[in-house]
Design a protein around this ligand. Structure first.
Ligand SMILES: O=C(O)CCC(=O)C(=O)O
Length: 280
């Protein structure tokens, strides 16, 4: 029996590669997570981009609590089944009138995962609207294979290499994933998606969590990545599992996160073709 999504909603996810909105956080919870994020972001302002907003769930208790929130996991269980790992996380803030955007892309093209047993929960820590640059998807596009992408390194592209899909995406094919703070969407690893700049006075904050099943392997990284066993069991042992929730003070967490990001980037530089979401 599904936990929160009805069988029709699960079918819709399978058909469109997307389901939203899914209410997951109370108003108080949004306030707690948003305040913790703002505090972190303020401390990270002068840090290099790659070390900043990736893998926060491994270093900051609030981020761990958010990504393992029972309501988030219930919805993920409805599409992935009872055994769930958290592979990576990224936070995507867009400040008022921020020119930053995300080009049309398919996540799986550059993640090095050997399966599509992967879903992203995009949790809104602010309202996410057409005006402030909500995520946009091409519903049903996950049914196609992976398409060629070009690394553009465009200045305001939030993706690390400005990966841009090399097919025309028609405006009328795009669905705006409008969410209220505390709601989330789920999207398939092959769906074509992106987002426009924030043209409003309202900051947009999205917390993206990449969930996989334990069968999934990450290829080409040359080392065992760390994952969080969020629910169920892992009989495959493709990842080193985080032993306990993070318990750092803010400054310690920032230092530990920066050190690990630096180490991983060095390791990735030696592994041609392998990229992780932490690079985003
Ligand atoms: O935050 C956005 O607008 C898009 C995020 C994204 O590309 C993703 O979560 O895969």
């Amino acid at each position: 029996m599904p936990k929160v999504l009805s069988p029709e909603q699960v079918e819709q996810y399978e058909r469109d590669g997307l389901f939203f909105p899914i209410p997951v956080l109370s108003r108080d919870e949004v306030a707690r997570f948003r305040a913790a994020f703002e505090e972190l972001e303020a401390c990270l302002r002068d840090k290099p981009k790659a070390a900043r907003l990736s893998q926060t769930h491994l270093y900051f208790r609030w981020a761990y609590d958010l990504v393992t929130h029972p309501k988030v996991l219930d919805a993920v269980e409805d599409v992935l089944g009872p055994d769930i790992l958290i592979w990576t996380t990224s936070i995507f803030p867009k400040h008022p009138h921020d020119p930053a955007y995300i080009s049309w892309h398919q996540d799986g093209t550059y993640w090095g995962l050997d399966s599509t047993q992967v879903t992203t929960a995009w949790i809104a820590l602010s309202d996410s609207t057409v005006e402030n640059g909500c995520m946009r998807v091409v519903a049903g596009s996950h049914k196609q294979d992976y398409l060629p992408h070009l690394d553009t390194y465009a200045q305001y592209n939030l993706l690390s290499r400005g990966q841009d899909i090399q097919v025309e995406v028609k405006e009328e094919d795009a669905t705006d994933v409008v969410l209220k703070a505390g709601e989330m969407s789920l999207h398939h690893v092959r769906i074509i998606h992106g987002s426009n700049p924030n043209r409003s006075n309202i900051k947009r904050v999205g917390f993206a969590v990449r969930f996989i099943t334990p069968q999934v392997k990450q290829v080409g990284v040359g080392e065992r990545p760390v994952a969080v066993l969020a629910r169920g069991r892992d009989d495959f042992h493709h990842f080193d599992l985080l032993k306990e929730p993070p318990n750092y003070r803010l400054d310690e967490g920032i230092a530990a996160q920066a050190e690990e990001a630096h180490r991983l980037l060095e390791a990735l530089r030696k592994t041609k073709g392998a990229y992780m979401a932490m690079e985003e």
